[in-house]
Design a protein around this ligand. Structure first.
Ligand SMILES: Cc1cc2nc3c(=O)[nH]c(=O)nc-3n(C[C@H](O)[C@H](O)[C@H](O)COP(=O)(O)OP(=O)(O)OC[C@H]3O[C@@H](n4cnc5c(N)ncnc54)[C@H](O)[C@@H]3O)c2cc1C
Length: 479
């Protein structure tokens, strides 16, 4: 009874997709999840809660309508933490329900408990009620994800000095907030709270933020955040955080400067949740950030029947990529290898405004000495943009001068994370600037920005016909 083809540890996007894939191939599959409900970080503390919070904030504040009605426009005058939480609970319940139904429909067994290795084929599961059980598996898929990094010098108290998990339990929307760390999670929450009228200061030790994003997009983004009075302090470390007698928090920076706020959100990094797995028992070691090394094609660890996928293997640490990794790993683990994934995947940052990117940045194209041309469209140039009252947002595409192929697409503004998929398809199908110039786009849409940006580049590129050389592929292969 306790013998499985595949045991998956963790029920986040990688585990869930891997388990269902193996079950669809007729295998006996068990998912072990230590959380009270299935879904992982993605459903309970990460992707879905943060995106629900963002949607609620934009709806209740009337953010999207302010281009027309002015910055003072509000749909709901007094927004409370309860308003934010209500929608969150409904969305999470629905997500868990769908997931449990998927497991049931595909006959995936799931058990609540903490799993650890006894040997490479045997796991012990410690259940909440104190009961222990052992299961054996032909293959094991580790999809245990990550948890927030909580350094000792930050006095977390779960109330005023918090990490990104604790943010979801706020009982009040703070009037001011310091966000330590300008990574994706820090920036998403900083801009969402700024949209809720919280005075936000972001502190980041590096001189820049979001280094993997095209610089022109980051410049536009930075301008927009400063324009709405967000404070961005770069090149400064948060050395100490203390609570003051008046209940406020004071953050001491490396320069000696201090910043005071109602709340401090610490968002500088996450570490792999490997501590309970007893990896030593199978001779596996995680790196200093708790990540596990895998073969990038099969997702096999150094122990051949043990696979790992999702955030536990590091970059890009996205729910979207975790799902694909889980699926490929599970196929390999049960002897049904998958086709290679397409070359380019999109990256979405659900800040306000949102950003999405796919393919090479202008900086990467330059570094590879690829002759290129850019095409840019501002959303305010599109009729849809006028109708929506958009005064910001842009789409940038980069094309090879030799092959005319699209090398990268970068978008900031309303709908960026949806619009990106047009560019992603053209990139993966090896399309050229001519696709955008020759095709008809629905009118009026924001997608029309693709045509405008295509024409912008085409005007400077002219009609060249040499489609032979393929630097983008070569450059990527040389990485
Ligand atoms: C605030 C935030 C916002 C995000 N926004 C986005 C976004 O917009 N888009 C996007 O694509 N990604 C986003 N992400 C990233 C996304 O959530 C992760 O990439 C994704 O959840 C990783 O999935 P995973 O399958 O690796 O594991 P996780 O979702 O991390 O789940 C791992 C599960 O394993 C369980 N577990 C751990 N150890 C054990 C054990 N020993 N036994 C049993 N169970 C165990 C944990 O309880 C957990 O439920 C966001 C993350 C955060 C934190």
């Amino acid at each position: 009874m306790n013998q499985y083809d595949l045991v998956v540890i963790g029920s986040g996007p990688a585990g869930r997709r891997g388990a269902i894939q193996a079950a669809k191939l007729g295998k006996r599959v068990l998912v072990v999840e230590k959380g009270t409900r299935v879904g992982g970080v993605s459903v309970h503390t990460g992707t879905i809660p943060s995106k629900t919070l963002r949607e609620t904030a934009l709806n209740l504040t009337g953010w999207r309508e302010r281009g027309f009605y002015g910055r003072a426009y509000r749909v709901k005058k007094e927004i409370s933490a309860d308003d934010l939480r209500r929608r969150l609970l409904i969305t999470l319940d629905h997500e868990v329900d769908v997931l449990e139904h998927q497991f049931a429909r595909n006959r995936v067994h799931h058990i609540r408990g903490v799993a650890h290795f006894l040997d490479a084929h045997t796991l012990q599961i410690d259940k909440d009620d104190g009961e222990q059980m052992q299961v054996t598996a032909n293959a094991v898929l580790l999809t245990v994800g990550t948890k927030p990094h909580r350094p000792a010098h930050i006095p977390f108290d779960g109330e005023k000095v918090i990490d990104s998990d604790e943010l979801l339990h706020l009982t009040e929307i703070p009037r001011s907030m310091v966000v330590i760390g300008a990574g994706v999670i820090g920036i998403e929450y900083a801009t969402i709270y700024s949209a809720l009228d919280t005075r936000v200061t972001v502190i980041e030790p590096r001189q820049t933020m979001l280094d993997f994003i095209d610089r022109e997009i980051v410049e536009d983004f930075t301008y927009e955040l400063r324009d709405r009075s967000m404070k961005l302090i770069f090149g400064e470390k948060a050395e100490k955080v203390e609570r003051e007698p008046n209940g406020k928090c004071r953050v001491h920076l490396s320069s000696g400067r201090t910043v005071s706020a109602d709340m401090v959100l610490y968002c500088a990094g996450r570490i792999g949740a490997v501590e309970s797995l007893k990896l030593d028992n199978i001779g596996l070691k995680a790196d200093e950030r708790g990540r596990i090394k895998v073969n990038p094609e099969t997702f096999q660890t150094d122990v051949p029947n043990v696979y790992a996928a999702g955030d536990i293997i590091g970059f890009p640490s996205l729910a979207s990529t975790a799902m694909e990794q889980g699926r490929i790993a599970a196929r390999h683990a049960v002897g049904a290898p998958a086709a290679d994934p397409p070359q380019y995947f999109p990256y979405g940052i659900y800040s306000v405004p949102e950003i999405s990117t796919c393919g090479l940045t202008e900086e990467e194209v330059k570094a590879r000495h690829i002759p290129y041309e850019c095409g840019i469209a501002r959303f305010r140039e599109t009729s849809r943009g006028h109708i929506m009252g958009l005064d910001s947002g842009m789409l940038k595409m980069i094309f090879s001068l030799k092959t005319r192929r699209l090398l990268g697409v970068h978008i900031i503004g309303e709908g960026a994370t949806e619009l990106i998929h047009i560019g992603q398809a053209v990139l993966n199908l090896k399309g050229t600037v001519d696709y955008f110039v020759e095709n008809t786009f629905n009118y009026p849409t924001l997608a029309e920005a693709y045509k405008i940006a295509g024409l912008d580049a085409w005007n400077r590129m002219g009609e060249l016909a040499d489609h032979n050389e393929d630097e983008a592929v070569q450059a990527q292969a040389a990485q």
